[in-house]
Ligand binder design. Sequence first.
Ligand code: SAH
Length: 387
Amino acid sequence: MKHVIINEKGTQRVLHRHPWVFRSDIVDAPTDHQPGAVISVQNKKGQFLGQAFFNPLSQISLRFLTNKDSSIDIQFLREKIRRSIHRRKALNYSEDQGIRLIYGESDFLPGLIVDRYRDVLVFQTLCAGIDLKRELILKIIQEETNLTTLVERNDVSVRELEGLLKQKGIVSGEIPQDLEVREGDNFFSVDPLEGQKTGLFLDQSENHVIARRYASGRALDIFTYQGGFALPLSQSADEVTAVDSSAPALKKMLSNAQRNQRKIIPVEANGFDYLRELSDRGEKFDTIVLDPPPFMKSKKVKESAPAGYKEINLRAMKLLKPDGVLITASCSQNFTPALFAATLHEAARDARREIQILEVRGAASDHPVLMNFPESHYLQCWIVQVI
Ligand code: SAH
């Protein structure tokens, strides 16, 4: 058998152009299949639906590449990569900015992430299918970008769900000592090998720049990492405190602050405890940023606001002076915009405050959201005034 057969539920997903089909929707499949190899997909009536990476080891068993019967060869991959890079040109990023060149499914290349920090390319191959084609893909990317330095950041646990090992390292070229990128007027150093994600949280880059506009007086940046929000806040606020539980992240934050000639107060603490401590001390702020790691990893908690998000938002609202601004983000894909709204609503009610929504933002435009793939809309950044 040279194809996979999927049930009606899976067929409907494919017809709506969702790029994934789950294992539970597979009716029949070959048993001698190399995990990740491309296969053609049919419905129970034998109608052709497209071609996908098939990995029976993963819950996400099929990741669609095309609804056509074309061959998935070097030309196919080159075309997808070229178009993805070409689309970024329209975004008018300058050479000194960090940019996501390829964003997986959103760029029709399932599981492939490629970020560019000046002359350094950092990649992730997060599913078995794209991992199998890795050599070919890296060759095409080098040719299409004219860049040679490639860094692998496959040290992420989603690879284990695909039966892949975690690994990282320099694949070719070398990383310059003083690698840095610009966001607005601020320069951030990048460590593609040891930094979180591929070095920076590029998805927040446009939100960082916007934050400057809303900052004033005393500002607080909880979950600061290397100061992504703290630095722009310091351009408008009189005093900025930046909090993170990671000492190495704070060290980088301080060197970024120094590089940009800003003064930021570092605090190494658990964000939850520190918020509590500040309110016990009766401290007040004009601007607060909350950009936590994902708290809601499963869809289970549907009815009420997940506790972690509610707690930090409630505490922040209480710490804000009247008319203070809260910039609050979530990168949990399961924490939907509706849930986020409900959480802010509940938190405001408990804090006895009113909130005005100023902006509801997403990830930067180099992380496009694919209409038929809600999973690509994971980042939200709400900017609200707390009355
Ligand atoms: N705001 C950053 C990205 C934050 S990522 C930016 O825009 O660049 C989340 C950060 O939260 C990480 O740096 C991580 O070290 C930190 N973190 C995770 N759990 C924490 C906790 N309980 N208290 C404080 N910081 C925490």
